[in-house]
Design a protein. Sequence first.
Length: 124
Amino acid sequence: MPKTARLTALAAAIITLVVAAAAAQGGTTPRLIGKTGPAFVITMKTPAGQKASRVKAGTYNLVVTDGTGVDKHNFHLRGPGVDVKTGIAFVGRKTFSVRLQRGKTYRFLCDPHELAMNGSFKTF
């Protein structure tokens, strides 16, 4: 087999192994979905649309949507090893990478309206 053909075959084998390894690990980072609004509502959900009350520990992409505009809200997630938030004037969608530790409680809230807009979930 010519040298070029061997190198091409080797490259193809390496790519196949990398793709297989990524697929075995799930390939994508799981998501959590945070939302503020409308009005004085803040939520955290799984991609299936269920309330996030118990979440498996691990790394997640937290996708936050804030369409509240003039209501002056933000989305703030805090807990062991995590402290991420959008700005109060922020309107739109933002993604954070967060690593949730096992057996901990995490709290999400709107900083200006913490007493009315808050929630929490536990990890397992």
